[in-house]
Design a protein around this ligand. Structure first.
Ligand SMILES: [Zn+2]
Length: 257
């Protein structure tokens, strides 16, 4: 089954039976600095390949299709580092609105915003609700770290809090997925000089609006030097299985009322 909708003809798209089940996935990539050792398209590669691996695992009767990846998104937290390209929040929201309208025009009832870049999360949550109201689509946002919490014990106690970017997790998974994107001899370890009893960088009730340049010299958050291919593979398999299960459920999901 061809699941990349861009590789179907218009008559094949028109013939898709989407009256009940069926979902369209928009993978959202980003191009931004990922330390001195990972290519800037790290999160794009994750979003693109994780999705294709999950789609390969779906039952052939499960109606899920994907769009080509949206390559640039909201990664302005890395502004000031070379290699960073981003859309403003306004531009990204407008782009998502236009794509959602096209999904409706093509008969889809469900749109999945699939994303591997933390800087997009807040905006995609807003987008998912606004697009639900504005278009009537059932909308979903799926984020890689939320799909599968890290099954491995951290090698450094700081990693779960600060190893959020180009650190041990991302570098290990990239070694397993696309080793050509990793400069082995440039892997480094850097944790932010951030100390507060009360405030955090993200995911708690009181946070700081930060950029990488506020805290980082190399762009690496975490211990990339500790990354291994084996640790990447141990994370990859459960993540892909879980993503396939989530997409299967979404394909037949209905609102309860
Ligand atoms: Zn990343």
């Amino acid at each position: 089954m061809q699941r990349n909708i861009g590789q179907l003809t218009w008559t094949e798209v028109e013939a898709l039976d989407l009256a009940k089940d069926g979902a369209l996935v928009l993978p959202i990539g980003s191009i931004e600095q990922h330390g001195p050792h990972l290519s800037t398209d790290c999160d794009l590669v994750f979003a693109d390949r994780f999705l294709d691996l999950a789609l390969e695992r779906l039952d052939q009767h499960t109606k899920v299709w994907r769009l080509p990846i949206l390559p640039i998104s909201k990664s302005n937290e890395h502004v000031g580092f070379a290699g960073t390209w981003y859309l403003s929040a306004e531009t990204l929201m407008a782009t998502l609105r236009d794509i959602a309208r096209c999904a409706v025009n093509n008969g889809f009832r469900r749109l999945v915003l699939w994303n591997c870049h933390g800087g997009n999360r807040a905006l995609l949550e807003v987008a998912a609700r606004d697009l639900r109201i504005e278009t009537g689509l059932m909308t979903f946002q799926v984020f890689a770290s939320g799909v599968m919490p890290d099954p491995l014990d951290p090698l450094d106690a700081r990693e779960p809090v600060y190893g959020i970017h180009a650190g041990e997790w991302e570098t290990s998974v990239m070694l397993a997925l696309a080793p050509d994107r990793v400069r082995l001899d440039r892997r480094n370890c850097e944790f932010p000089k951030f100390s507060s009893e009360t405030l955090a960088l993200e995911l708690t009730s009181a946070t700081v609006g930060w950029t990488s340049r506020d805290f980082q010299i190399s762009g690496t958050w975490g211990d990339a030097a500790a990354a291994t291919t084996e640790r990447g593979q141990q994370r990859l398999t459960p993540l892909i299985d879980r993503l396939a299960a989530i997409l299967t459920e979404i394909a037949g999901f209905e609102m309860g009322a």
